[in-house]
Write a protein that binds this ligand. Structure first.
Ligand code: KG4
Ligand code: ZN
Length: 363
């Protein structure tokens, strides 16, 4: 059962309750504003996350439980395992976010939860927990589209006017969209197959980077970024995907297969078995990171040109927001920065902890 708020008694409210009540007001001499405070819950993939945020964007409390380590060991996300881990952690995480905020559940204005897109089994845990809480507390429920939340997160940290371009690149997402309003999105391009983070995770697994002493606790993408710093991207000449496609779509499966072939070839040359670390692993990491960056930049360039030609974006100082786990990659960020400088645009990226899945973006 949900036991989120045990108050001390009717006549003598707890210190926390009084404090939470006071924090829910923003007092200015002569005026009294009641702040809306939202609890956000995210369980769409492999992070159980919750946050309490007020209507001005102040993060009052936050908690997250990452399943990355477990999924690294099993070689990828197994949905029933993710579901079980969400079940085991959701109550604690919500409780922690609320405790950190010092807000009593009864002072919440609403509960916002990711309802799509994502893994059905994972989404179900957050949704049923939230609906139980909504019923118990008699609060409004706000269904949240995970991608819209990613796209709008930048407005917590920067003053960004509509319209702006957003590039969402992570383990499960890959899209370019024009954000014209809070719920007004024009989809310009998406991956025709897998997302870039998924591709990087698969390459990292094939390279057995989990056995690499420097990368054993890192996600696949992070491990590739780390190793790429020690490698030479010019050792392999790889053409980015969809060179001739006259649209803003992406594709990463072909690149993954190509890298697989290179790995098989290198294993033969080095005389090692699959599962051992190649001496050329860093060069392969550098090549895959560089090709990924080139592909992402080329598709984004097309989107910028398309939007400017149709006056969908301002000619000067148009904003490109890059978010999602893969956007925390500094090599890819730098490549995007070169693009935005050349096209008189401004690149904005939420800080890495807000790029990946979190409860704040939902709240
Ligand atoms: O946004 P996110 O936390 O979860 C979703 O997929 O929604 O992104 C996780 C993905 C994983 O595929 C991970 O390998 C990738 O983002 N990633 C990175 C980096 N850090 C995480 N990819 C490239 N470079 C990184 N530094
Ligand atoms: Zn996400």
């Amino acid at each position: 059962m949900l036991i989120l708020n045990k108050t001390a008694g009717v006549l003598k409210p707890s210190k926390r309750k009084v404090y939470g009540f006071l924090r829910s007001f923003n007092f200015h001499p002569g005026t009294l504003f009641l702040h809306k405070i939202v609890l956000g819950i995210e369980t769409s993939c492999d992070d159980t996350a919750a946050a309490v945020v007020d209507e001005t964007g102040n993060v009052l409390g936050e908690a997250i439980h990452s399943q990355t380590e477990v999924h690294l060991k099993t070689g990828g996300i197994i949905p029933p395992v993710a579901q079980q881990l969400h079940r085991e952690n959701i109550q604690r995480i919500v409780q922690e976010a609320l405790s950190a905020s010092s807000i009593s559940p009864s002072d919440l204005s609403a509960i916002a939860t990711t309802i799509k897109p994502g893994l059905a089994l994972s989404l179900g845990v957050g949704l049923s927990f939230s609906l139980q809480l909504v019923g118990q507390l008699k609060k409004p429920f706000i269904p949240i589209h995970h991608m819209e939340a990613h796209a709008l997160t930048i407005r917590l940290t920067n003053k960004v006017e509509f319209p702006f371009l957003v590039l969402l690149i992570s383990g499960g997402h890959c899209l370019l969209a024009l954000v014209q309003g809070v719920s007004d999105f024009l989809l310009l391009g998406k991956s025709l197959d897998i997302a870039p983070g998924d591709m990087l995770d698969k390459v990292a697994r094939r390279l057995s980077l989990i056995k690499h002493p420097e990368c054993s606790t890192m996600s696949g993408g992070k491990a590739i970024e780390h190793l790429a710093k020690q490698g030479n991207r010019f050792h392999f000449d790889i053409t980015p995907p969809l060179q001739r496609a006259k649209n803003c779509d992406f594709s990463f499966t072909g690149l993954q297969h190509l890298i697989n072939k290179i790995i098989i070839q290198k294993e033969k040359e080095e005389g090692i078995e699959q599962g051992q670390i190649l001496s050329s692993a860093a060069d392969i990491a550098a090549a895959v990171q560089h090709t990924t960056a080139c592909h992402i930049v080329k598709r984004t360039h097309r989107a910028i040109l398309f939007c400017k030609q149709r006056d969908l974006l301002p000619q000067n100082n148009a904003v490109l927001v890059a978010s999602g786990g893969v956007a925390s990659n500094f090599y890819i960020r730098r490549a995007l920065e070169i693009l935005t400088n050349a096209t008189q645009c401004t690149l904005l990226c939420p800080p890495p902890r807000l790029c990946t899945d979190n409860g704040i973006m939902i709240a």
